[in-house]
Design a protein around this ligand. Structure first.
Ligand code: SAH
Length: 267
């Protein structure tokens, strides 16, 4: 396997790149790709930057130019539901583009000409990812996040949620907008700006993917407060520790081989 790891923010990527063995860097399409070994896994790390187009472009390049066989997205997100708290982890079970609306030509949220509104990440990879996230919270959390940060962000007993992640080209920081998204999208657990774009690209190219999000804010009027401090001192650690657990697990017990993709089978 060759794992492409996409981060949306530089702070989240830093630790992963530092942990890479013998990385070669390659610049393509205004992005820097780091190719090397990450905890015994062949990996390519890249910063997508923010938004759906940026993420789609990065995912496509990872597959087409760097030959990755699987994609992991790590980033932060706003809580999509009141039961989800800052410091919790979300592993996507499905992803939707919440600003996609070609109605009345197509139902709201449906990506025209795909017949789909919800894109599913790979269930095997997502299961391994949520196990890594659980193990991180149970075993590494106290070591990874210092007491000052745990108190500052009131991180008492963070949890892992599986559910629907909604992506759009918008930083959601308005309680009314969040409530309306939550009403229109049952099972919503997180809002962010890239995941569903990566999931669509991976679906179309037949590449398994998984999406990990640390909840950084409540997607309300306070969302931007301390955002960067949280990313640096909390989310970056989450991404590092969970990815390390996942890579070690994948090195020990590889995923079953991929079925031939639609393209290679059909053409
Ligand atoms: N202040 C940052 C910008 C962050 S944009 C800067 O200056 O660089 C928000 C990033 O975090 C995106 O990658 C998005 O996926 C995620 N995110 C976190 N909270 C979000 C929210 N409430 N709404 C939308 N995206 C959010």
């Amino acid at each position: 396997m060759r794992l492409g790891i996409i981060s949306a923010l530089a702070e989240e990527q830093l630790g992963l790149v530092e942990a890479m063995r013998g990385p070669a860097t390659l610049i393509h399409g205004m992005r820097e790709y780091f190719v090397g070994q990450l905890w015994e896994i062949d990996a390519v790390c890249v910063l997508s930057r923010i938004g759906k187009v940026a993420a789609a472009m990065t995912a496509t390049t990872l597959v087409e130019k760097f030959g990755v066989t699987h994609i992991l997205f790590t980033g932060v997100a706003g809580a999509g539901d009141r039961t989800v708290q800052v410091g919790d982890i979300v592993v996507a079970e499905a992803l939707v583009q919440h600003d996609m609306d070609a109605s009345p030509l197509f139902p709201r949220f449906e990506v025209p000409l795909t017949g789909l509104s919800h894109f599913q990440p790979d269930s095997g990879l997502s299961l391994r990812l949520s196990r890594a996230a659980h193990d991180f919270l149970e075993r590494d959390f106290l070591e990874a996040i210092g007491e000052t940060e745990r108190q500052a962000f009131r991180l008492a007993q963070p949890r892992v949620h599986r559910g629907l992640v909604a992506s759009g080209d918008q930083f959601v920081n308005d309680r009314m907008q969040l409530d309306s998204l939550n009403g229109a999208l049952p099972g919503l657990v997180a809002v962010e700006m890239e995941g569903a774009a990566v999931a669509q690209v991976c679906y179309e190219l037949g590449v398994p993917c998984a999406v990990l999000r640390t909840i950084s804010d409540n997607a309300n009027e306070d969302a931007a407060l301390d955002f960067m401090r949280f990313v640096k001192s909390v989310a970056a650690q989450y991404a590092f520790y969970v990815t390390r657990r996942l890579c070690r697990d994948l090195a020990q017990a590889p995923l079953p081989p991929l079925q031939p993709s639609r393209d290679s089978a059909g053409t």
